[in-house]
Every structure is written in C-alpha cells, then in structure tokens.
Design a protein around this ligand. Structure first.
Ligand SMILES: [Zn+2]
Length: 232
C-alpha cells in the first residue's frame, strides 16, 4: 500500500468520517509492506501483509476470499491459453482506459474484482496514475503505482478521492455502487455491469451490452436542485 494513498482510505465500519493512522513495520520505496492501519474513531485495526491491506476481516473475509478464489481460477484457466489471457487483459485495459476517459496523467484509479486482471496493462498505458486494485482476481504485486487491498461489501475510500472506478459483476452491489458514486471526484467516472442500476447521483454517459459508464456531476452542477430519493 502506497503511503500517500492512505490519506484516501477510510474505515469500513459505519461511523463518522475519519482518516486512518498508518503504522509501517516494513516500508519499501514508500510502500507499506507490513504494518497496520488503525481507525481513531472505532479502533478497528486493518493488517497490511505483503503490501495488501486487509479490510475484509471477520466473516466478510471468507466471503471475499471465496469470490477471489473463484475468479482467480477462471482467470488462470483463461491465461493458460498461450497468450490469450494477455491479449484479453490488453483488451480489458483498453476498455477501462477508454470508458474511464484516462487521457490525462495523475489521480487515483480503482479496479475491483475481475478488472484487476488488466492492472499492469493499464499502468503501461497511462502515466502518473495511482492504481488501487481491490479484491484482485489474480496474484498482483504491490509496489510502484500499484496498491492492493481486500475489502468487504464496503468501499474503503474517502469522498471525492478517485477519478475512475471499475466494478465487476461480483462487486456491483448496492453498497459498493453507492460507495463508488461517493468516492468519485467531480467528473470522475464509474464503470459497472449493464445489468445494474446507475446510482442516482451519477449521470450515465454511455452503455453497451456489457457495461455502463457514468460520471459524477461537475462542480458547477453540485448546487443544482436534485430530486430527493431514497438512496443509501
Ligand atoms: Zn472505524
């Protein structure tokens, strides 16, 4: 976990917003390889092992691990097809870059679940981006612009912290969709499966059979009247 990214992370328990406090037992090139993130509000502690922050403790951990294992085996099978996996990941990276509008360098991009398969390819395409891979579908190494975390059904991100987020089918839950909508910077973009509903705070930009992409409203629209709707 890249040290500077800790500012953008939040406790996954429901309470008032607060930063997490990082303790690094092993720090390599500004990445916490081993240590702990602590919540000053509820005193939750999230271990960092092999550079991966574990927000998915308790019962949720088993669930996330099951999902990752299932996806990982599918992905591994795809990759054993002599380079077919690499090609598929390249195509996935192009799709992510295009849908998220990643033409400018900088900012934080968050890939969740199966999208993490194209993390390395995406980083090759775009310079100066920090990439956070959540519940990776395959083995990834934390370091450089790539940070990793395991999550329960709550997005551990601060409001207005990410320029782009991609949720796969396994993670397009109401909780994670709402968390993603909240975590986007103004004009930031979210990709999710076409079968899910676009959060009401976002504006749909495009869709095809597989995905929709939606954007957070730019700052000029923030004060515009919005209908009151039930959304948590
Ligand atoms: Zn907390």
């Amino acid at each position: 976990m890249f040290l500077e990214l800790v500012d953008s992370l939040r406790c996954v328990r429901p309470h008032e917003d607060s930063w997490l406090v990082a303790r690094a037992d092993e720090l390599v090139e500004r990445h916490i390889v081993r240590g702990e993130l602590g919540c000053p509000v509820c005193e939750a502690r999230y271990a960092v092992r092999d550079g991966i922050v574990d927000f998915a403790a308790d019962a949720a951990r088993a669930q996330a691990a099951d999902a990752s294992r299932g996806s990982a085996s599918t992905r591994a099978a795809a990759q054993s097809d002599s380079g077919a996996g690499a090609e598929a990941n390249q195509a996935l990276a192009l799709r992510a870059a295009a849908l998220l509008g990643l033409t400018e360098p900088g900012g934080l991009v968050v890939l969740v679940g199966e999208w993490t398969a194209c993390a390395c390819q995406l980083l090759d395409m775009i310079e100066g981006v920090q990439l956070l891979a959540l519940n990776p579908a395959q083995e990834l190494q934390s370091g450089g612009p790539l940070s990793l975390a395991l999550i329960p059904d709550v997005l551990p991100l601060a409001a207005a912290s990410a320029r782009g987020i991609a949720l796969d089918a396994a993670h397009a839950t109401p909780s994670l969709l709402a968390g993603a909508a909240r975590a986007l910077v103004p004009s930031g973009r979210l990709i999710a499966p076409a079968s899910t509903l676009v959060p009401e705070s976002l504006r749909e930009l495009a869709r095809d059979d597989e995905h929709w992409v939606a954007a957070a409203n730019p700052p000029s629209n923030v004060s515009a009247p919005v209908p009151i709707a039930l959304r948590r």
